[in-house]
Ligand binder design. Structure first.
Ligand code: NAD
Length: 247
């Protein structure tokens, strides 16, 4: 479905991002994954190469909250592969701190990675896509961007912002043949969820109409669809993959 395409996936070392990378590779794309540390990037590359040694995959670890570092890393991908067809902004952190325990620093941390870093990656990538005649950007939102959440307000605030970026840039960049969409996962079985208190996960899962949390592979399928030509007329969409959690 992605033969010959070049993709950049941030936060591609584990969880949902790792499954996106696997799925893109299995569907013929060349992928550069961005992780936070050399060690985790190398581990992820090793795992992928062990699965299929012919997959064309590389890794980088720019500081995603540093606009200049991100620009440099994106430009290096373009220099090496000649183009960037797909940018997936997946790296993110969550928070569940009650308001009265919040600090400004904690709030800044979630906004810096979940919102500003998304913008920093889009800036150089969109210019490359415009020059080459088109491309596709997929951001990672969350079901909390629709429902909010009862604590850790920085996290839903960041994902509402991701939706705003997505819908607005779809309108702005359509003329350049750049599609901009987001995937809004519900509770998905990754380290991010493992970090939440067990009672919180239980409470959320028990209310999911499909009766279970999602698998990272199921969420990655939505990223595959949106990156593929099957979604050639889909842009400005926030695609929920949440078992109807927010309904
Ligand atoms: P995860 O914690 O398993 O993985 C997060 C990824 O982001 C990792 O690859 C990590 O290296 C990267 N990352 C974290 N901090 C970073 C930093 N400072 N710099 C660079 N990279 C950094 O989480 P996940 O569940 O796979 O989440 C992926 C995305 O999906 C996030 O944007 C998250 O908000 C979103 N999401 C997850 C769920 C869920 O239930 N798991 C639900 C809704 C949305």
């Amino acid at each position: 479905m992605l033969n010959g395409k070049v993709a950049v996936v941030t936060g591609g070392t584990r969880g949902i991002g790792f499954e996106i990378v696997r799925k893109y590779l299995a569907n013929g794309a060349k992928v550069v994954l961005f992780g936070s540390r050399q060690e985790t990037v190398e581990k992820a590359l090793e795992k992928l190469k062990a699965e299929n040694s012919s997959w064309e995959v590389e890794g980088k670890f720019p500081k995603l909250t540093d606009a200049a570092e991100v620009e440099r890393a994106v430009m290096e991908v373009k220099e090496k592969f000649g183009r960037i067809d797909i940018l997936v902004n997946n790296a993110g952190i969550s928070q569940s701190t009650p308001l009265y325990n919040y600090t400004a620093e904690e709030f800044d941390k979630v906004i810096d990675l979940n919102v500003k870093a998304v913008f920093y990656a889009i800036l150089p990538a969109a210019k490359i896509m415009k020059e080459q005649g088109g491309g596709c950007i997929i951001n990672t939102s969350s079901m909390v961007s629709i429902s909010g959440q009862p604590a850790g307000v920085g996290y839903p605030a960041s994902k509402f912002a991701v939706n705003g970026l997505t819908i607005s840039l779809a309108r702005e960049l359509g003329k350049d043949n750049i599609r901009v969409n987001a995937v809004a996962p519900g509770v998905t079985k990754t380290d991010m969820v493992a970090a939440l208190p067990e009672a919180t996960v239980q409470a959320i899962s028990s209310k999911i109409p499909l009766g279970r949390a999602g698998e990272p592979e199921e969420v990655a399928d939505a990223f595959l669809y949106l990156a593929s030509d099957l979604a050639s007329y889909v842009t400005g969409e926030i695609l929920s993959v949440d078992g109807a959690s927010k309904a």
